[in-house]
Design a protein around this ligand. Structure first.
Ligand code: SF4
Length: 175
């Protein structure tokens, strides 16, 4: 159970599973229980709608930060990190790093500590997010059922518009 430290609920959950069933839960390719490490922080983050719209805090005290915008450009490693912080949170579900205003550090990933600067963005988004979001909304209004597809495409376009320095910066190519 990786983490710095691991989420207490994760530790308890794995122990409870072992005591109940006599075995450990199904593991991923890195030996982490899939039930807790099966999805990325990014996919469960409550700031994700801001990421999808291209709304990013540029400093820790600018207007974007005060409005709760995405912390990607401030070095958040949520897109490359698999853990349960975004759903289980910490201290009896009081909060978690991104909710407190700081990006995810990627502590449950291989080579943590030696995987690049905490405040170095994985990459810089290059797309026209406002334009893409506008297309998605327009598609939803006009086409109804097509809205889901349009929004999915907007996400895919947003992701594909990032430069490829991201993975190298984070040094987890061995996943
Ligand atoms: S980049 Fe970080 S703050 Fe932004 S949506 Fe992903 S996990 Fe949340």
């Amino acid at each position: 159970m990786p983490g710095c430290p691991p989420v207490p609920t994760v530790i308890t959950g794995v122990l409870a599973h072992f005591l109940t069933f006599g075995s450990i839960p199904e593991l991923d390719e890195l030996g982490r229980p899939k039930v807790f490490y099966g999805q990325s922080i990014h996919d469960r983050c409550y700031r994700r709608p801001f990421y999808d719209k291209g709304l990013f805090a540029e400093t820790f005290d600018d207007e974007g930060a005060k409005k709760g915008w995405c912390l990607y450009r401030l070095g958040c490693k949520g897109p490359m990190t698999y853990n349960a912080c975004a759903t289980l949170k910490w201290n009896q579900q009081t909060s978690w790093p991104v909710e407190s205003g700081h990006g995810c550090l990627g502590c449950s990933e291989p080579n943590f500590w030696d995987a690049g600067g905490f405040y170095q963005a994985l990459s810089i988004p290059e797309g026209d997010y406002a334009k893409m979001a506008g297309y998605a909304v327009a598609g939803g209004v006009v086409l109804g059922a097509a809205a889901g597809y349009a929004n999915q495409k907007t996400k895919a376009d947003s992701v594909s518009k990032h430069t490829e320095v991201s993975v190298d910066d984070f040094s987890i190519n061995n996943r």
